[in-house]
Structures are given as structure tokens and as C-alpha cells.
Design a protein around this ligand. Structure first.
Ligand code: ADP
Ligand code: ADP
Length: 233
């Protein structure tokens, strides 16, 4: 069984009297350690797919199995626990808390962990260093550039060492040079073994993906893998 198994995912939305089928039987297996890009035209189901994969909303039918766990069968509290343990989310709009420093933002997911505060701070510093921002630890989000804010958001997603990172247009509001830096960072994390699923409509990002699927009308329309030479160790 693959790390992620998605079986016959269906999601309907009621729009007044109309029923919109956002996902129409989507099937997908993803191996651990993949950097997967999810593309497709507006309205093809990308956001809905990522929300259901991340347990933020439920499917009308079908299953999402991550590391052998049928996540939507877990139910409220257990699903929330699963998300905290397994998933790191990176959104386009960063979602940083404006009155907390970069370091404090990165520490947020550790709040519920039974771990001494100095140890939490060390862990957050370590992850900030990983994204190249150790010198910005005490800055507020408003004192950081867009690219730096995105790095803080990525550090926050990583701080719990989740097996899976879900990213929704992480380069959406960045200029192309900064976008490249963020994609380089994600590719580097992936080379270290991090599984990443990223929704984007930016064609330029595809060169970073090991595998790119394209959605159309709520199904997988194309599926391309890049077979790179065995990675140097
Ligand atoms: P994408 O992210 O590829 O643009 P979405 O997943 O946002 O696609 O949307 C897929 C389809 O489902 C669209 O027709 C959209 O209007 C519809 N849809 C998505 N979310 C909702 C919702 N909460 N209520 C009603 N319709 C929705
Ligand atoms: P993106 O820009 O990532 O494709 P969308 O604009 O498609 O995002 O959707 C943003 C959010 O709005 C999603 O959570 C989606 O479920 C919801 N949404 C999309 N279409 C509709 C709709 N027709 N009615 C209500 N909610 C929608």
C-alpha cells in the first residue's frame, strides 16, 4: 500500500437547487517521499481535493488512507489529532499571527506538546535555521518580506516533523525570483525525504515536481512522473 491511497473520491456541493460535483471519482496513489504537484484549470477541484486530503472537509464518498489510516473514518477529535501529528499546512496567505515574532509563530504548533518551553524554542530555532531565517527570529511578520513570511509559514509547517506537507499556492503572491527560492527550499526538503503535495496553477513550478497530476472536472486527467537519476547521497 502506498503512503497515500485515494479511492473513488467524490464531493458534491449544493448550490441552491443545483448540485455541483467538485470531485467525480478521483483515484490516486502517492509514494512516500514524493514531491507531487497538483495542477488543472480553475474549478477543476484542486482546492476541494487538498481540503479533503488534509481532513479539513469530508468527502461525499470514497476514502483517503494515509499511512494505513482511513482519515475520514476517524471522527472529529481523532481526526484533529491525526492532522497535528501527520500534516503541515502551508497556505498562500501565510496565516502568520501579526503580533507574534517569527520564532513565536513557528512555536505555535508546539503549544499543545508536553515539552519544556526552552526545548520548544530550540526546536523552532532549528527549523528557522533550516529555512535560512535564524537572523529574523525576533522580527514581526510585518517586518519581513513576502518570501521571508512564506519561509516562516514553511518552518511552522515543519516544526512538528509531520510526514506530509500540504501546500496551496505557496508562491501565489510572490514575484518570480522569490517563488524560485521558495520552490528551491521545498525541493530541498523533499530531497531530505519530506513528502509534499502542492496545488499550483503556475506552470513554472512544474520543473520542481517529481510527479505532476492535472485535474479536470474532478478527476485525474494526466499524470506525469520525472524519473531522475539515483540521488547522490
Ligand atoms: P479549483 O481549486 O481547481 O479552482 P475548487 O475545488 O475550488 O476548484 O472547485 C471545484 C468546483 O466545486 C467548482 O465548480 C466550485 O465552484 C465548486 N465548489 C467548491 N467549493 C464549493 C463550496 N464550498 N460550495 C459550493 N461549490 C463549491
Ligand atoms: P483557489 O484559488 O485555491 O482555486 P477557490 O477560489 O477555488 O480557491 O476556492 C476558495 C475556497 O472557496 C475553497 O475553500 C472552496 O471550497 C470555496 N469555494 C469555491 N467555489 C465556491 C462556490 N461556488 N461556492 C462556495 N464556496 C466555494
Amino acid at each position: 500500500m502506498s503512503f497515500i491511497e485515494i479511492e473513488n473520491l467524490i464531493r458534491n456541493f449544493q448550490n441552491g437547487n443545483d448540485c455541483v460535483q467538485a470531485l467525480r471519482g478521483l483515484n490516486l496513489s502517492v509514494s512516500e517521499g514524493t514531491f507531487l504537484g497538483v495542477m488543472g484549470p480553475s474549478g477543476s477541484g484542486k482546492s476541494t481535493f487538498l481540503s479533503i486530503l488534509g481532513g479539513l472537509c469530508g468527502p461525499s464518498d470514497g476514502r483517503v488512507v494515509i499511512d494505513g489510516i482511513d482519515i475520514h473514518a476517524l471522527g472529529g477529535e481523532k481526526l484533529a489529532d491525526f492532522r497535528r501529528e501527520y500534516l503541515g499546512f502551508v497556505f498562500q496567505s501565510f496565516n502568520l499571527v501579526p503580533y507574534l515574532s517569527a520564532l513565536e509563530n513557528v512555536m505555535l504548533p508546539l503549544a499543545i506538546k508536553r515539552m519544556p518551553t526552552p526545548q520548544k524554542r530550540d526546536r523552532a530555532r532549528e527549523v528557522l535555521a533550516k529555512v535560512g531565517l535564524e537572523h529574523r527570529a525576533t522580527h514581526l511578520p510585518s517586518q519581513l518580506s513576502g518570501g521571508e513570511q512564506e519561509r516562516v509559514a514553511i518552518a511552522r509547517a515543519l516544526v512538528n516533523k509531520p510526514p506530509l506537507i500540504l501546500a496551496d499556492e505557496p508562491t501565489g503572491s510572490l514575484d518570480s525570483t522569490t517563488s524560485k527560492e521558495i520552490m528551491d527550499l521545498l525541493a530541498h526538503l523533499n530531497q531530505e525525504g519530506q513528502t509534499i503535495v502542492m496545488v499550483t496553477h503556475n506552470q513554472e513550478n512544474t520543473e520542481y515536481f517529481q510527479r505532476t497530476i492535472s485535474l479536470r472536472d474532478g478527476q485525474v486527467d494526466s499524470d506525469r512522473s520525472v524519473y531522475t537519476a539515483t540521488r547522490a547521497t
